[in-house]
Structure formats: structure tokens, C-alpha cells
Design a protein around this ligand. Structure first.
Ligand SMILES: [Zn+2]
Length: 263
């Protein structure tokens, strides 16, 4: 390939990167709206230091750029919807250095309220459906989850917890997460025998292991102190799995942010 053509391709790439980051009006609008919504709705974000907050916002924009958002009734997806959904997705995987993009799931669908799933034929508030590469939410239920950050009920975190688990099962592995799965499983078997686990989580957690993981993620982020106090062994496994600890300042994150992320 002649060198001039390579230079041309390189210049084109730089042009698109710069356009997307600095000049695209949709991205500029999202960038303007993100900080206010995070301050209003995310205790997690407020617990991050300045450098990690910037990193968090970048990951949100990346998530939004990678996914196709749509509503069941074909009406417009608002910036608020995109931002709050991206916030839930990024929060769970924020401890991972890579593999944090839920690659199995390309589509994010929003229903105004509960809906009937094509797959199960049951009424759902949300689902993570790998066969349709889809994560869906009832917006009413999603916002109820955002309204109280400490009641351990959060549909956004719940569905992205399912998505993370499925993503790892489908081969997109996060090394920290995958390394601890066996330990996580052993720990819940032990705690079930001791019965202590039943006093802490709501009943729905015990439907199956997938639901247990999703519900425990809600407790992990919304009620970390009580979780740690009641079930320290399981809490420690989850900290290692997610490579973070929301009970600590800066959510327990201690990492060097790569040079290129600073721009
Ligand atoms: Zn579930």
C-alpha cells in the first residue's frame, strides 16, 4: 500500500476521533448534561475523586456510543435515559481495566412501564436477553430504583449484573471476575448451609444463582456497610470480583489511569 494512502487513512481516523470528541453536537450536549444528573442521582460518582470522576464520564460516553438505544413505542430516547442507563452499566464494571463494555448486548430497549417479554411471555420490569442482544427496562421501575440510593432496590444495577454474568459466560471474560466465580459459588453454598444469608437478602434472591448475583449487586452498591457487617466473607469475594469496594473512599479504586485517557 503506498505510504500516502496510509497517511490519508490516518488523517481520516484523527478527523473522526476529534469530530466525535469535540464537535459532534449530540456528544457536546451529553457532556453538558452528564455532571448534573450524576450529582443528582449517583452517590457512587460523588464518592470518586476528581480524576476517577473524569474517567467515569468518559466510560459513560463510550458506552452510549457503542449501544443502540430505542423505545418500545418508537418515541425519542432522551439524554437523561441514556445517561442514567450508562451510569448503571459503568458503575458495576468500573473496577475492570478492560472488558467493561457488555459486548454480548448491542441494544438497549426502554418501555414506559412493565411489558410482556417475547421470550418468556411473562410480564417483566426488565431483562438481559443474549439471544436478542438486548437489555430492556421499564422506565418507571428504573426511576423508582434511582429515587432511593440506599434501599437495595435498583433495576438498572440488577439488569446490568445479569448482563455482566452472561457476558462472562459467553466468553468475554473479566479476569478479576472470572477468577473469583468459583470462590463466590463456594461461599454462597456455605452461607446457605449456615442459613445466615436468608436473613439479609430479599426472597427474590433465592430464585436461582443468576438472580442471587443480580440482587446481591443491588445490596453491594446501595447498602455496602450493612452487607459487610452481616456477610463479610461474601462481601470480600464481591470486592475482589468487581475490583472495587463502595464502602471505602473513591470506592476502593486504586489504579493508574492510562496516559491517553487523560485527554
Ligand atoms: Zn433478575
Amino acid at each position: 500500500m503506498p505510504p500516502i494512502f496510509i497517511y490519508f487513512l490516518y488523517a481520516l481516523y484523527i478527523y473522526f476521533v476529534l469530530f466525535y470528541r469535540y464537535f459532534n453536537p449530540k456528544v457536546r450536549r451529553l457532556k453538558r448534561n452528564i455532571p448534573g444528573l450524576l450529582h443528582q442521582y449517583s452517590v457512587y460518582y460523588q464518592n470518586l475523586n476528581h480524576k476517577e470522576q473524569k474517567h467515569f464520564r468518559k466510560r459513560m460516553l463510550r458506552f452510549i456510543s457503542l449501544k443502540r438505544f430505542y423505545r418500545f413505542d418508537k418515541s425519542k430516547v432522551t439524554d437523561e435515559m441514556k445517561i442514567l442507563i450508562a451510569k448503571s452499566a459503568v458503575q458495576i464494571t468500573f473496577g475492570f481495566s478492560d472488558g467493561h463494555e457488555y459486548e454480548v448486548f448491542r441494544n438497549i430497549a426502554i418501555s414506559d412501564k412493565e411489558y410482556r417479554s417475547h421470550q418468556t411471555k411473562n410480564i417483566h420490569y426488565g431483562e438481559a436477553n443474549p439471544s436478542k442482544s438486548l437489555i430492556a427496562f421499564s422506565w418507571k421501575k428504573f426511576m423508582e430504583g434511582m429515587a432511593n440510593p440506599h434501599d437495595s432496590m435498583n433495576l438498572g444495577l440488577h439488569e446490568f449484573a445479569h448482563a455482566l454474568f452472561i457476558n462472562n459466560m459467553k466468553g468475554y471474560r473479566n479476569k478479576e471476575f472470572f477468577k473469583e466465580i468459583r470462590e463466590w459459588h463456594t461461599t454462597i453454598i456455605k452461607l446457605k448451609k449456615e442459613r445466615t444469608i436468608y436473613d439479609f437478602f430479599r426472597c427474590y434472591a433465592f430464585k436461582n444463582n443468576m438472580e442471587f448475583f443480580a440482587v446481591s449487586i443491588e445490596y453491594f452498591f446501595e447498602n455496602p456497610k450493612a452487607f459487610h457487617q452481616q456477610l463479610p466473607e461474601l462481601y470480600a469475594v464481591m470486592c475482589r470480583m468487581l475490583n472495587q469496594n463502595p464502602m471505602l473512599p473513591n470506592n476502593g479504586l486504586a489504579r493508574k489511569i492510562p496516559f491517553f485517557w487523560k485527554f
